[in-house]
Design a binder for this molecule. Structure first.
Ligand code: MF3
Ligand code: CO
Ligand code: CO
Length: 275
């Protein structure tokens, strides 16, 4: 796979990796920050009794209030502003009217389009007191994402991310999901390259400055295998074990990596301390 200047590339998947300039990075900073602010906004709202529909509505209204569009709305037939994945749901959970209850863990995944650019991020929200093993899973998943991101530098490869995540997670006897991966993005939601969360150092696509993509590992307390329910979206662990995910949108710089979706309020991971 080779690389093209994003400024002159067609606005679609072309099989090439788009390299973006400083103006794109400025736009991605804005889109990424807005998504982070949206996930921050949810922190005091999410607790026992709220439904994932309620969460979805809050995100839709936040987007409208800030001149943004939820990218998932009407995306390949998906009809919601978020994905809300509870307990053994790995990803792409569809918001519904069932209240969350004490002890649940929920991932809320938000992608907003601002001025044509996509920011994509997700975090875990514990509902009240959660079991110790759920806490451990969330901590390992966050740490796995950040280790993956820390492995990014120009000249490195996508395999460096996968290796960093896989070695860390498997040492904790947890499973890295293979069936879903991170993705290039920018003016498109899902573009080249795929960012696989397992692998070997030095293998895969070479990073070059200007690449934009997500790192979004899904980690299971049990085996890594998933199945998709008959709604065509909801992915669950085959062994019904708990699953967690975090996601950041990043860009490769001349010296390393920039994270666009960091919380401006230090709310990147639980426990969330709201002042
Ligand atoms: N936000 C998800 C991601 O991280 C994609 C959701 S696509 C949907 O790539 F259609 F399921 F919403
Ligand atoms: Co994503
Ligand atoms: Co996402």
């Amino acid at each position: 796979m080779n690389y093209v200047d994003a400024a002159t590339a067609p606005l679609r998947k072309t099989g090439h990796i788009k390299l973006h300039g400083p103006e794109a990075f400025a736009s991605m900073r804005k889109a990424g920050r807005l998504v982070a602010e949206c996930l921050d906004m949810l922190v005091p709202e999410i607790g026992p009794g709220i439904t994932t529909e309620d969460i979805d509505r809050l995100v839709f209204e936040f987007a409208m209030d800030h001149g943004a569009m939820p990218a998932t709305l009407m995306y390949r037939g998906y009809a919601k502003s978020t994905c809300t994945s509870i307990n053994h749901v790995v990803c792409h959970g569809i918001p519904n009217d069932k209240p969350l209850k004490e002890g649940d863990i929920v991932n809320v995944d938000v992608t907003l389009i601002l001025d044509g650019w996509h920011g994509d991020s997700s975090r875990m929200y514990p509902i009240g007191e959660i079991p110790r093993r759920a806490e451990r899973l969330i901590d390992v998943t966050y740490e796995a994402m950040m280790r993956g991101i820390a492995a990014i530098r120009p000249g490195g490869t996508t395999g460096d991310i996968g290796a960093a995540i896989q070695t860390f997670v498997e040492a904790q006897h947890m499973g890295v999901v293979r069936d879903f991966c991170g993705h290039g993005l920018g003016r498109l939601f899902h573009d080249e390259p795929n960012i696989v969360h397992v692998g070997r150092r030095g293998e895969g696509t070479v990073f070059r400055p200007g690449m934009l993509f997500t790192v979004e590992p899904m980690i299971n307390l049990g085996r890594p295998h998933v199945k998709v329910l008959s709604d065509g979206w909801t992915a669950v662990t085959r062994d019904r074990s708990l699953s967690a995910q975090f996601e950041h949108t990043v860009g490769v710089t001349s010296s390393g990596v920039e994270i666009f979706t960091l919380s401006p309020n230090g709310l990147d991971r639980p426990p969330y301390k709201v002042s």
